[in-house]
Write a new protein. Structure first.
Length: 176
């Protein structure tokens, strides 16, 4: 019997989730998680080799750009969330990347916990801000970012991808 998809699990509590550094061998589980999350939004298309090949070797991809990536797992080892960071284009900042949480694990603090990891990394590397880009369709994520103190800018970017993605820019300045 195949393993259940991340959004078809019993609800999980934050205490039931462990967060660890990602490994390249997490590729299949990571792709399954992100594909499932994207499938919740009309028009989101997963083109791994054409648009997100880093998912096939996520730990190596983030290490190459001097960033980090984490995986959240439930007690059975099923990947229920992920997040990473890399140096931002803007000086003195880092970029939060690929925050995804399985539907069954949402609204229990996991998204905040993963954002906290990125913000702790920012402090560790002496960044002054965390920035991110988020698809305009991801309203729940936008509300999370805003609750955590991120401010949406007026800037958007068009990715010219198969999903016809347009993204909003968010930024959180950190205390000195």
């Amino acid at each position: 019997m195949p393993a259940p998809k991340p959004d078809h699990l019993p609800e999980v509590a934050p205490a039931d989730i462990a967060v660890r550094a990602a490994r390249d061998t997490d590729a299949a589980a990571l792709i399954a998680l992100i594909s499932t999350v994207w499938s919740e939004y009309p028009g989101c298309v997963m083109d791994i080799d054409g648009e997100v090949p880093e998912l096939r070797c996520i730990a190596s991809a983030f290490a190459r750009v001097h960033g980090e990536f984490w995986i959240a797992e439930d007690r059975t080892g099923l990947v229920t969330g992920c997040v990473g960071w890399r140096p931002a284009a803007a000086p003195d900042g880092i970029e939060l990347c690929k925050l995804y949480v399985a539907r069954a694990a949402r609204r229990r603090g996991l998204g905040k916990r993963l954002c906290d990891l990125v913000e702790a990394a920012a402090v560790r590397v002496e960044a002054r801000h965390v920035e991110l880009w988020s698809d305009t369709r991801f309203g729940d994520a936008h509300r999370l970012y805003e609750r955590l103190g991120y401010r949406r800018g007026s800037e958007t970017r068009d990715l010219h991808d198969l999903s016809h993605s347009v993204e909003y820019y968010f930024r959180k300045n950190l205390s000195p």
